[in-house]
Design a protein. Structure first.
Length: 163
């Protein structure tokens, strides 16, 4: 069985595509690409069909990640096929839990930085969109730090599943 993870931010052009690309690379490094599916979406549809922000692409590619991306809006019907929905900040967390058709679906929603043991109390990944390039670098650092713990959590969930 495939374990499905979807990262969600506001417009799906900065934070969530960055998280998708980094986590997909971690999944591939772990040899789990045949068991884990990774994608992303936005809470809104403003950028649907657009590529990732050029600053996101630049930072990803500078660090050896894939920058290829097309934005889309998260749909409540996706909860049925997803195992984990990763929100990039607390606003996304609340919005996604409100969209969840069932309580079980709402429990699938988690904050990305909750998987980073040194994140502290502020679990939001700041939106770099209106800032400078250093905000995108900071975003990548946070995403990379949380991806290790997220991969461990996904591995744990996979242990009981059929290959």
């Amino acid at each position: 069985m495939t374990y499905r993870v979807c990262f969600v931010c506001t417009g799906n052009i900065c934070r969530s595509p960055m998280a998708e690309s980094v986590f997909r690379a971690r999944v591939a490094e772990a040899g789990l690409e045949d068991r884990v599916e990774v994608d992303s979406a936005g809470t809104g549809g403003w950028h649907e069909g657009d590529p990732a922000d050029p600053r996101t692409v630049s930072v990803l590619e500078e660090h050896g990640y894939d920058g290829e991306h097309v934005a889309r809006q998260f749909q409540p019907s996706w909860f049925a096929r997803l195992d984990l929905v990763i929100a990039l900040d607390s606003g996304h967390l609340k919005a996604l839990r409100r969209l969840a058709p069932t309580e079980e679906d709402a429990l699938k929603v988690r904050l990305l930085r909750s998987y980073d043991p040194v994140a502290g109390d502020d679990l939001d990944v700041p939106d770099p969109y209106y800032g400078h390039g250093d905000g995108f670098e900071e975003c990548l650092d946070m995403v990379e730090a949380a991806s290790t713990g997220l991969l461990a959590a996904v591995r744990e969930r996979l242990e009981g599943r059929a290959a």
